[in-house]
Design a protein. Structure first.
Length: 137
């Protein structure tokens, strides 16, 4: 099963919080994990915020970033192609979304995934309207 994670969901693979167990279970079920190209900087940004806030130290930051970089080597990464941009704009025009959230929806459509995983209700609603099977975490 091709499982797409937006950044709000995939970060839970590395940071224990509500939804982490569900994300780990979806990762185990996935035959392929799909991510938008913007997921990497968004997730690293979350790690940096945790470090700035003192919730993780420099060593933990480096460990989390290394794990993420290793994981994305095996993931289907979706670049910002003309198709992704067109699908993203269509999602923006039809829904109350932020730009980055629309890029995740457009990426999932372009990758033809089986399920879209997100922690953001508005994004899940938009993904569902775009014809994707959605699951919240």
């Amino acid at each position: 099963m091709r499982v797409f994670f937006d950044s709000s969901a995939f970060v839970k693979r590395y940071v224990s919080e509500a939804g982490t167990e569900a994300v780990l279970a979806w990762c185990d079920r996935a035959s392929e994990i799909g991510l938008s190209g913007i997921a990497l900087p968004e997730i690293v940004s979350a790690f940096c915020r945790l470090r700035r806030e003192g919730r993780i130290d420099d060593t933990q930051y480096r460990q989390l970033k290394s794990l993420l970089l290793a994981d994305i080597e095996d993931a289907a990464m979706c670049d910002l192609s003309p198709e992704v941009l067109a699908r993203s704009i269509a999602s923006l025009e039809a829904n109350a979304l932020r730009g980055m959230d629309a890029i995740h929806v457009g990426s999932a459509i372009a990758l033809k995934v089986d399920v879209f995983i997100s922690a953001d209700q508005r994004q899940r609603d938009a993904a569902s309207r775009a014809g994707l099977r959605v699951e919240g975490v």
